[in-house]
Design a protein around this ligand. Structure first.
Ligand code: GDP
Length: 473
């Protein structure tokens, strides 16, 4: 895991900006103890909470609180870590931070980059790359389900699966490469070691892991939904009803405008990014236009269009402009709302469109990827069916949990490994003559899996991953 890195001691405020009961400052570096004890004015017992006054370099008391010293390698970063827990106000924390920086200047103490503590933990083998990513995912998790799965990844559940797969591939590689080194034994290698059978078993396991990873990816990234419909058909009511008690925990990111057209709700812990087409109107307001441009970017990624209509007077067509701009093949769900206002006779009466009647009868609309569902945002009728359908489109079974969370790059790496193993299997079918090609595909599959845990990974990738962390983690 080659990576050039500046290993100066680093410092950051680890708690979130703003006011809180407690604020934590964390300093990490190797050989930090003498400096830390000088700063605190007393010897520090390992992993022991010392209550003391934080006195600045001119002798003035800045705050009082706890100091904890974690000697490396048994610390978060694997280096010596000093944690100062004071009062959680921005001014007092800044003051302590600045004083530490001044007093640490001689040893090169500097502010930490985003994710730098976790990056050091990774470099010092405290966590692998998938676990390091899980740290960020746990912090960013916006639903209980996502937090639970991120924690499973952090505990190593995902990495363990990858290790099992890699282990099996390494075993095969060892056998085949030993054979290649002794060509006289090359004859019947595949048969002798049942290589094809072993490979099939690995491929089967990989397929399962891939399925779980895809489902874990949806939990992290969510489903992109476009909600189209005339005013008053019940779009907002439907969103609220669908979200139910699942509150989307969304914190606005500093510097971004809150746009009114994209809304996040959760179903079964899965984030649904819903673009309401009602918000896509012509406007001269530059801020609103920015929001609208973002919405179109969201729409381009739409995985499903929900066309909401009033069951009493179904509209006849989707907004042409929106349909025209959507990638072909995006499934459309025709959802007829307010069925509570229809009596039994009206539900089957002429006047309702064919689609509406079929939706009420529970049948699909023939001749296209368009499906129909009848719901009532008011009574909740039909909402379970709609939720189930949306989750199915997202590739999940309602009520199921993802054992771990995955990122797009994990799914890509697993797919790459699968491709190489399938190639290897194809070579294996050609007898021992192509043993070197077989070996090469195994090597490539092993490498692809190693990218997930960081065994093989480029500096670019590491930079990309850690720079998206928050500062202080
Ligand atoms: P939007 O403009 O599409 O977002 O529509 P709203 O969600 O604001 O709903 C418009 C009106 O229809 C409101 O008065 C809602 O209370 C009502 N409404 C929405 N869904 C239903 C439903 O399923 N049944 C009935 N009876 N009324 C509904």
């Amino acid at each position: 895991m080659a990576m050039s890195s500046n290993l100066d001691p680093i410092i950051a405020i680890a708690t979130a900006p703003g006011r809180g009961g407690i604020g934590v400052i964390r300093i990490s570096g190797s050989g930090l103890r003498p400096w830390a004890e000088g700063l605190c004015g007393q010897p520090l017992k390992d992993r022991h909470a010392h209550f003391l006054r934080f006195v600045d370099r001119h002798g003035e008391i800045m705050d009082e609180g706890l100091a904890l010293f974690f000697p490396g390698p048994h610390s978060y970063t694997g280096e010596d870590v000093l944690e100062l827990q004071g009062h959680g106000g921005p001014a007092v924390l800044q003051r302590v931070l600045q004083d530490c920086l001044a007093r640490g200047q001689a040893m090169g103490l500097r502010l930490a980059q985003p994710g730098e503590y976790t990056q050091r933990a990774f470099l010092n083998d405290r966590l692998d790359l998938a676990q390091a990513e899980a740290v960020a995912d746990l912090i960013e998790a916006s639903s209980l389900a996502a937090a639970r799965s991120a924690m499973a990844s952090l505990s190593g559940a995902f990495s363990a699966e990858i290790q099992v797969l890699s282990g099996a591939i390494v075993q095969l590689r060892t056998l085949v490469e030993a054979t290649l080194d002794f060509p006289e034994e090359e004859i019947d290698f595949l048969e002798k070691y049942q290589a094809a059978e072993r490979l099939r078993a690995v491929l089967e396991h990989l397929e399962q892991v891939l399925q779980t990873a895809r489902s874990g990816l949806v939990l992290r990234e969510g489903l992109h939904v476009v909600l189209a419909g005339q005013p008053n058909v019940g779009k907002s009511s439907l969103l609220n009803a669908l979200a139910g008690d699942e509150i989307a925990i969304v914190t606005p990111i500093a510097g971004t405008t809150r746009d009114r057209v994209v809304q996040d709700i959760h179903i079964d812990g899965v984030p649904l990014h819903v673009v309401d087409t009602a918000g896509l109107r012509e406007t001269d307001d530059p801020v609103e236009r920015l929001g609208i441009a973002r919405s179109w970017a969201e729409i381009a990624r739409a995985q499903v269009i929900v066309h909401l209509q009033d069951a009493r007077q179904p509209g006849d067509a989707l907004d042409e402009a929106i349909v025209a701009r959507l990638p072909a093949g995006t499934p459309v769900l025709n959802v007829f709302n307010k069925v509570d206002l229809l009596d039994d006779v009206a539900r089957a009466a002429p006047g309702a469109s064919v689609a509406a009647r079929q939706a009420v009868a529970g049948g699909p609309v023939p001749g296209g990827p368009i499906e129909a569902l009848a719901v009532s945002a008011r009574t909740g009728e039909g909402l379970d069916a709609l939720r189930t359908r949306l989750l199915q489109i997202a590739g999940r079974t309602p009520g199921s949990e993802s054992p771990w969370l995955a990122r797009a790059r994990h799914v890509q790496a697993l797919e790459a490994a699968q491709g190489h193993l399938q190639q290897a299997a194809a070579h294996a079918a050609h007898s021992d003559e192509v043993l070197d090609l077989f070996a090469e595909e195994l090597r490539l599959a092993h490498e692809a899996l190693g990218e997930i845990t960081g065994e093989f990974s480029s500096d670019d990738l590491l930079g990309q991953i850690f720079s998206s962390f928050c500062i202080g983690k």
